[in-house]
Design a protein around this ligand. Structure first.
Ligand code: CMC
Length: 374
């Protein structure tokens, strides 16, 4: 077979078609710009756009919210298993196991029809934040709390984790961060989900694989490492020396750089504006000054802009959320995008099976074990 052109990391390779989102001309979900979504939408409206194809009418939104509010919560055996998982197990591993466990109590698990997958997606959208919050509370020695159907999706996420009434600015900031995390074309975890779906596996298996892909520090796992950087550096006056040392050691600075956005991640700019506001409200302005200084030095030295994880980690920290929740919160939001992609993949399915250029040895003679050198 002749060598075919290869792009490491599949950079720039078109690996499929999608009507869900595009980065061309600025990020948009099914034609709606993230500017408009970040200014006007709620996460529920964005989830509706992704799963059902368009903005809901008032009646459709009311029905969608009612469906989300009345979905089965976590089956008791799943909750029981959450109690037994060792304390040392990272939250992202619990999310992956949790998605798999939920499949065992999902009556439509093996039904890959469009409508069944939409129903399963809506259930997962509700179950995953409840599961995340339940595990978090169990680790604190507290009993899980149910979601409150009178609250919005974003408010419920904060309420279940913190058990204090979030301010309107906090709720809106959480809403926008979930909206901006919800979907991003053929990123690594979404592509993973599509590959799994393309074998005619099932939605829950796709989501388990996607969670595994998101966990890595080059993808969603970056947001948890961002906070470690900010806490290690400590203050703006130490930023210059820390960045210069990290770059001299050829370290990757988490929260900077992006495969597609070379001049700047538009999502980062939105979250950054909210960070300043929430930092002022919660007494964290010095961390914003530190982040600005790191940004300035990384740009000056490497021309690397911050990506969405850089400000989002700060935002979640200002909310008072524990760091091990940051990537799980990304899971909660991206579940909407992942499920939309699985459904789209299955609607026009063809097995995803690319090719490789072989780099191993040429054909060799079989050697009996007595003739092999030590
Ligand atoms: N810090 C230091 N150097 C970097 C960074 C960084 N964050 N990002 C890229 N580089 C350097 C890299 O070392 C390489 O340098 P050289 O050519 O001298 O070897 C050059 O830039 C190109 O790197 P690459 O890995 O080929 O570039 P990529 O387009 O594949 O990288 C990336 C994309 C996201 C993997 C990378 O920028 C990175 O590792 N960033 C840190 C992790 C991170 O923040 N991930 C979140 C991504 S966005 C949202 C999400 O998915 O969660």
């Amino acid at each position: 077979m002749t060598e075919r052109e290869y792009s490491p990391g599949l950079e720039g390779i078109v690996a499929g078609e999608t009507a869900i989102s595009t980065l061309a001309g600025g990020l948009s979900y099914r034609g709606y710009s993230i500017e408009d979504l970040a200014h006007h939408a709620t996460f529920e409206e964005v989830a509706h756009i992704l799963l059902h194809g368009d903005l809901p009418t008032a009646d459709e939104l009311a029905k969608f919210r009612k469906r989300l509010g009345t979905q089965e919560v976590i089956p008791p055996p799943v909750l029981e298993t959450l109690r037994r998982i060792p304390v040392k197990v990272p939250m992202m591993d619990v999310m992956r196991t949790g998605a798999s466990l939920l499949a065992h109590w999902e009556n439509e698990v093996a039904d890959n029809s469009h409508d069944a997958n939409v129903r399963k997606a809506e259930r997962l959208l509700v179950q995953l934040p409840i599961l995340m919050a339940a595990r978090h509370r169990l680790l604190q020695g507290k009993e899980p709390v149910a979601a409150d159907p009178r609250r919005s999706f974003a408010e419920n996420v904060l309420w279940m984790l913190l058990r204090t009434q979030p301010t309107p600015a906090m709720t809106r900031a959480m809403d926008v961060s979930l909206i901006l995390y919800a979907e991003h074309e053929f990123n690594a975890s979404t592509f993973t989900a599509r590959v799994i779906a393309s074998t005619l596996s099932d939605l829950h298996s796709s989501i388990c694989g996607a969670i595994g892909a998101l966990k890595g520090p080059l993808h969603g796992g970056a947001n948890e490492r961002v906070l470690a950087i900010l806490q290690t550096v400590g203050s703006a006056d130490k930023a210059e020396a820390w960045v210069m040392d990290a770059l001299a050691k050829k370290q990757r600075i988490m929260g900077f750089g992006h495969r597609v956005y070379k001049d700047g991640d538009p999502r980062a700019a939105y979250v950054k504006t909210m960070c300043r506001e929430i930092a002022a409200e919660t007494g964290h302005t010095p961390m914003e000054d530190l982040a600005d200084k790191i940004e300035e030095v990384v740009w000056r030295e490497k021309k690397l802009p911050p990506n969405v994880d850089w400000p989002t980690a700060r935002l979640y920290h200002y909310f008072g959320l524990a760091v091990e929740l940051y990537t799980p919160l990304f899971v909660v939001a991206r579940t909407a995008g992942w499920c939309a992609h699985v459904i789209e993949q299955l609607d026009e399915n063809r097995l995803i099976r690319p090719a490789a250029n072989y780099t191993g040895p040429g054909r060799r003679e079989w050697k009996d074990i007595s003739q092999r050198a030590d």
